[in-house]
Design a protein around this ligand. Structure first.
Ligand SMILES: [Zn+2]
Length: 205
């Protein structure tokens, strides 16, 4: 079944990946990352993978479906830690030590496998196309955001229908409240979630 994917509103890879669960406070949240291929597609769309990397990862996942399934579980676990960390900051200006430790661990694991290489006039961390690559890039993005100057600008959508999407508020006066005016701003998201649940129920029959 084709599900309309939500627009990317995070302003940072780690937040866009954290936002791959819709309606987190609802009884039936909608997880867009059901398969490893979904993870690759989402990361590609969010700018966390190049097209060539995504192709290489899809081929690896085809060759090692069990490894891909296991990695999806780990990537989703990191996604939940990233969400909890930034949601904590957005709500209370603080996060729990276990959430910090989980993101830190993912980042140090990423660096253990990274090479420092020239990229144009800069240097950057690069990785071989490994099934773990999406997770490593998300960890890098999370640390960049957490240690940069935008942490205080991370917000959670003010929608009452359980959206909880995270985004970096880049508006001049810091007044952004919604993940998206065309989505939560006008109820499109709750309509989409309702449609998805209806489709799931029909499929289950
Ligand atoms: Zn929203």
């Amino acid at each position: 079944m084709a599900v309309e994917l939500p627009e990317l509103v995070g302003g940072a890879l780690c937040l866009d990946v954290a936002n791959s669960v819709d309606g987190r406070v609802l009884e039936e949240p909608l997880d867009y990352l059901a398969t490893y291929a979904d993870l690759v597609g989402w990361a590609l769309r969010a700018g966390g993978l190049s097209t060539a990397e995504a192709e290489a990862l899809r081929a690896r996942a085809d060759a090692d479906p069990e490894g891909a399934r296991d990695e999806l579980i780990r990537a989703r676990a990191l996604r939940e830690s990233v969400f909890a960390l930034f949601h904590g900051y957005a709500q209370d200006g603080a996060a729990r030590p276990d959430q910090l430790a989980a993101v830190q661990e993912a980042y140090t694991d990423a660096l253990r496998h990274a090479r420092l290489e020239p990229a144009g006039e800069d240097l950057c961390w690069t990785w071989d196309p490994d099934l773990r690559l999406p997770r490593w890039r998300v960890a890098q993005s999370a640390i960049d955001l957490a240690t940069g100057s935008s942490l205080g600008r991370v917000k959670a959508c003010a929608s009452q229908d359980g959206c909880q999407y995270l985004f970096v508020d880049t508006s001049k006066n810091g007044s952004r409240r919604w993940c998206s005016m065309t989505d939560c701003g006008n109820q499109a998201k709750s309509k989409r979630l309702t449609a998805r649940r209806r489709a799931d129920r029909t499929e289950a029959r």
